[in-house]
Design a protein around this ligand. Structure first.
Ligand SMILES: Nc1ncnc2c1ncn2[C@@H]1O[C@H](COP(=O)(O)OP(=O)(O)OP(=O)(O)O)[C@@H](O)[C@H]1O
Length: 323
């Protein structure tokens, strides 16, 4: 288990991480999300041992001491994949991945490198020099290299940021299945809602260097406690309850994702359409609900200026009022 207790750290007198206390069970995958600059990379670096803290960081009861105690930062059982890939450009893909693997059994080493390259779908480029690869290909090689010596704890900082959408989906499925099979605990700092929702057992939300939420992705997505959290998953509406449920008189604000608001033939909620954005499987419609802007989804484009009726499921409203 990874434990952090009262972890505080700042690059200067202003703290970036403030009294972080958390536990992550062995084998769990945790997504770390939050607005840019909230401290995600710093937290991964601190766990890896790049920053000193007066708080406590431990892995399976072994205290992980920072740079004030270790000349060479890091521990052999932790791998940290930073946003820069740090590959050796003159070496081939296979040489980069195998760089820290033992040379005692060359055939075993070759097999292991190939297995890793298959996980990241780079086996065909095994003999290409790293310097000749695209950014996304380099990122995949760096990922394979981080896995080479089967870490117990893997810290990934935006690991798919350079990888195209199609490949990213395949890669994520393969990678996280591989990590589960090998019981590798993983923390992934990400801005991508699919990373945060689909592949994590828990999602930790950071805000201003503090833990703002620590829940399962389903709990956070289905009952977002506030707009900051909901907006990390995509577009979100924050509307006055009585505007979307006219029988209510409360001035309470309610959070609704665009797909939760439907266009219907008739209702008491009338909006004027301002724009339609094609999203592939649907259109995101921007509309004026009295003085405020609201976003909803519709299977077809709607003409600007059209007045349409909207509705929201009553049970959904009731559950959001409670959350
Ligand atoms: N080497 C550094 N020296 C001084 N300040 C730094 C350094 N690295 C980061 N910071 C500051 O620490 C804060 C947290 O940065 P960090 O990179 O951890 O955020 P982040 O959540 O990972 O951001 P992003 O999502 O944009 O990668 C920011 O205010 C940043 O400006």
């Amino acid at each position: 288990m990874l434990k952090l207790k009262n972890v505080t750290f700042g690059y200067n007198e202003k703290p970036v991480l403030k009294k972080i206390t958390l536990q992550i069970a062995e084998g769990d995958h945790v997504s770390l999300i939050g607005e840019s600059g909230c401290g995600k990379s710093t937290l991964l670096q601190l766990i890896y041992g790049l920053h000193h803290t007066n708080g406590l960081v431990s892995w399976n009861e072994k205290e992980l001491k920072g740079p004030n105690h270790n000349l060479v930062p890091g521990e052999p059982f932790i791998k940290y994949l930073a946003q820069d890939f740090d590959l050796m450009p003159p070496l081939t893909v296979a040489e980069n991945v195998g760089k820290h693997l033992s040379n005692t059994y060359p055939r075993k080493k070759k097999k292991r490198v190939l297995e890793l390259l298959e996980v990241v779908e780079m086996a065909e480029l095994a003999n290409t020099k790293a310097g000749d690869l695209s950014g996304g290909q380099q990122q995949r090689v760096a990922l394979a290299r981080a896995l080479a010596n089967t870490p117990e704890l893997l810290l990934l900082d935006e690991p798919f940021s350079h990888i195209d959408h199609f490949r990213k989906n395949n890669l994520r499925r393969k990678l996280f299945a591989y990590l589960k099979e090998n019981k590798i605990t993983c923390i992934i700092a990400t801005h991508d809602s699919t990373d945060a929702l689909s592949f994590a057992d828990k999602t930790i939300v950071l805000k201003n260097g503090k833990i703002h939420a620590n829940e399962t992705p389903q709990q956070l997505y289905n009952n977002p406690p506030n707009k900051y959290i909901a907006s990390l998953f995509g577009d979100i509406n924050e509307v006055m309850l009585k505007e979307i449920s006219p029988k209510e008189t409360s001035r309470k604000l309610i959070l609704l994702y665009p797909h939760e608001i439907k266009m219907v033939k008739s209702s008491d909620i009338k909006v004027e359409v301002l724009a339609s954005y094609f999203k592939g499987d649907t259109f995101l419609i921007k509309a004026a609900l009295k003085k405020q802007i609201i976003y909803f989804e519709n299977s077809e484009e709607i003409q600007v200026g059209e007045i349409v009726n909207l509705a929201v499921d009553k049970n959904l409203i009731a559950s959001r009022i409670r959350s």
